[in-house]
Design a protein around this ligand. Structure first.
Ligand SMILES: Cc1ncc(C[n+]2csc(CCOP(=O)(O)OP(=O)(O)O)c2C)c(N)n1
Length: 698
């Protein structure tokens, strides 16, 4: 990629020190894979790129995201035959069922069948021609094979095949657009079979090089010490005849440069690959109008994600060409199905009559669903990097499928932050739902809140984590995320019925601060608290509140401060994260010497990781998920992991010296209540009405 980008002149325009002359070319070469320079992949510094390709597997899903809603675009995507063996790539051959010939651009996959990976043959190169062709046809493509090793005839064959493929794409488009009917086309693709390391010396030191895995990446590893290898390298480079390509000053000859298109028609200057240039801000409805009414805190219940679905429906309605919603077969399950009132799920594969009964499919749908977290995430990345906006909801336990995709995207964004020429793109918005604490019927496999631990590893400049405790705070956080730029926003919110705490004004205030004392849930007004009860997440907040009620009932004069955290990075020092609280603010919220019981949605050590430098860290006792799950009622699961109200109240007694001395009887009662809860769950399969119907009593 870098060679053509430089030859097209874009590189020198963006990086004037890499000028189009001998000196600039030397700088250009020197920085390659060199300290202080650029990586050996298609890093964000490469103009014309949205796809680094460092971690293999995402080229087709990225290309597809770029093609969405870009009806004139043809996205050429070069797929490695080794890359094709990855899970992410294998599943993404299906993108051809998600591209509308009426509304979207096309993706032209070019499978580069060079036969080898780092040390091995590739599978696709070692099956018969017929088997490969059948495989690709089976995925719905029309493959054209360009095979050989003679450069001149191969260039001609490739040029003719690309032209043919483009003509076919145009024909498919024209037919679909003139009829307005989006049927599933068999898009063309190209299989290019050439030797690996094409043009390299045939042998080095008696070992096969060209056309073998030894040609991978560093074909002549010993040029510095081995004169024979140095000579081979020089001969190889001279065989390119640079004197026929460049003038005496090192500039590409004008007649050769003229072969490439000019201006933004150059691949390296394509504005789609610097998506912020094309980005239009989303038009957002007023999220406050989707509020649920909350009279008094903790008295009523609602499904937390459902109103968000209504909000997203209207976001969709107002942005019908630059917003999409993605999910791995779960948007209905995640209770966001109101979206389908405005736009259904895109589908141009076969329809059965029964689909009319609630399947919500349509050939012009803008909701993308395929049971491949990889493909959904890749499409969304491609879509946002080319200047559009999106929202991805997925089950908490299985968002881990895209851990490394998140890693790669976060790395991409953090490098882009240092490149002034890269314009701001929309944030990648991930709703993590169907969470650990409400897996009443799926059980242990569906309990894993560890994605947050992955997210906090990445640069503070690009990561945001929100745990809104109820509907109105989820709406407020989501609207904020949709407006934001250059982040990965992770929102954790369960989809089941949950207690509601904040009316819309209070939710906005609370989410704007990101962390705060809940006055109505505290009893320390006008004095020092005996202890701080803190929470982050819906169920943990409910249990923490219920624990304070148990304590206040047993010890009416106890002074409890209740702190709720929405924006998780508030816990980190401000020196580590731009959202971090100053030490003064942290100390005043959490005190410098009182016990803090922190009930957390995820794995408990994450809170310690974020807060370990705070003054009162030694007094922080965090409860969270400890891998103790099965088919459990919510209360039983909470008890197993000690995030339940009784465990928290017992903890509070043990950690608060005054209560410790007088709390033995209360602890006994709490333990008995835990046993009752467990017995009830095992006998009835659900939690007792007192637990299920618990409300904030004050
Ligand atoms: C997901 C992933 N796994 C492993 C690697 C390490 N790796 C880098 S290149 C490579 C071989 C790639 O072969 P192929 O896709 O055929 O590309 P080629 O270099 O032959 O064009 C491997 C395994 C990687 N970059 N990404």
């Amino acid at each position: 990629m870098l060679g053509p980008v430089y030859l097209e002149g874009t590189y020198s325009e963006i990086y004037p020190d890499k000028s189009e002359d001998e000196e600039g070319m030397r700088e250009f070469f020197k920085q390659f894979s060199f300290p202080g320079g650029i990586g050996s992949h298609c890093t964000p510094e490469t103009p014309g790129s949205i796809h680094e390709g460092g971690e293999l597997g995402y080229v087709l899903s990225h290309a597809c995201g770029a093609a969405f809603d870009n009806p004139e675009l043809i996205v050429a995507a070069v797929v490695g035959d080794g890359e094709s063996e990855t899970g992410a790539l294998a599943t993404s051959w299906h993108i051809n069922k998600f591209l509308s010939p009426v509304r979207d651009g096309a993706v032209l996959p070019i499978l580069h069948l060079n036969g080898y990976k780092i040390n091995n043959p590739t599978l696709l190169a070692r099956i018969s021609h017929q088997e490969l062709e059948q495989l690709l046809r089976g995925y719905g493509w029309t493959p054209y094979f360009v095979e050989g090793s003679d450069p001149d005839s191969m260039h001609q064959a490739m040029a003719a095949t690309v032209e043919h493929a483009i003509a076919e794409i145009r024909k498919i488009r024209q037919e679909a657009r003139s009829s307005g009917v989006a049927e599933r086309p068999r898009w063309p693709m190209i299989v290019m079979r050439t030797p690996k390391g094409w043009g390299a010396p045939r042998e080095v030191g008696g070992h096969r090089l060209e056309g073998f895995w030894r040609a991978h990446q560093v074909p002549l590893p010993d040029v510095k010490k081995n004169p024979e290898q140095l000579r081979l390298l020089e001969d190889w480079m001279r065989s390119q005849k640079p004197e026929e390509l460049f003038d005496g000053g090192g500039k590409l000859l004008a007649e050769l440069k003229a072969l490439a298109p000019a201006g933004v028609r150059r691949m390296s200057a394509n504005p789609h690959a610097n998506g912020g240039i094309l980005k239009r801000a989303l038009r957002l409805p007023d999220f406050r109008t989707y509020a649920v009414s909350v009279g008094q805190p903790g008295k009523s219940e609602a499904e937390n994600t459902r109103p968000l679905g209504v909000f997203l429906r209207d976001v969709m309605k107002m942005n019908m060409d630059n917003f999409r919603v993605f999910g791995p077969d779960e948007n209905t399950s995640n209770k966001l199905d109101a979206i389908y009132e405005v736009s259904r799920k895109f589908w141009i594969a076969e329809y059965f009559p029964e689909d009319a009964d609630g399947t919500e499919l349509a050939p012009d749908g803008r909701v993308m669903e395929m049971l491949s977290e990889h493909t959904m995430e890749g499409m969304l990345e491609g879509y946002t990097l080319t200047g559009r906006h999106g929202f991805f909801s997925t089950y908490e336990a299985f968002v881990h499928v895209i851990d490394s995709m998140f890693n790669q995207h976060a790395k991409w964004l953090s490098i882009c932050n240092h490149l002034s020429w890269r314009q701001d793109v929309a944030s990648l918005n991930l709703l993590i739902t169907s969470t650990v604490w409400r897996q009443d019927h799926n059980g242990f496999t569906h309990q894993d809140p560890g994605f947050l631990d992955v997210v906090v590893n990445k640069s503070a400049t690009v990561t945001r984590i929100y745990l809104p405790p109820d509907v109105n705070s989820l709406l407020s956080v989501s609207a904020h995320c949709l407006r934001s730029e250059n982040y990965v926003n992770v929102i954790v919110s369960d989809k089941q019925m949950h207690l509601q705490y904040l009316d819309m004004d209070a939710a906005i205030q609370h989410c704007t601060k990101g962390i705060g004392i809940w006055e109505w849930a505290s009893s320390d007004q006008g004095g020092e608290p005996d202890l701080v009860m803190a929470s982050a997440g819906d169920i943990p907040t409910q249990e923490a509140l219920a624990a304070t009620v148990l304590l206040r009932t047993e010890f009416p004069d106890v002074k409890i401060r209740f702190v709720n955290v929405v924006d998780l990075f508030k816990l980190q020092p401000s020196s580590e994260h731009p959202h971090g609280l100053s030490d003064r603010d942290f100390d005043s919220l959490f005190t410098v010497d009182k016990p803090v019981i922190f009930n957390f949605h995820g794995y408990p050590w994450l809170i310690h990781r974020l807060a370990y430098r705070r003054t009162n860290h030694n007094n922080m006792h965090v409860r969270g998920y400890k891998e103790k799950g099965n088919i459990n009622t919510p209360m039983e699961l909470a008890i197993n992991n000690e995030i339940d109200r009784f465990s928290l109240a017992i903890d509070a007694i043990d950690r608060t010296p005054r209560l410790q001395r007088i709390g033995a009887h209360a602890k006994e009662r709490f333990r008995n209540l835990q046993i009752e809860c467990r017995n009830y769950a095992w006998e009835h399969g659900i939690d007792s009405p007192e637990i299920n119907g618990w409300r904030w009593p004050y």
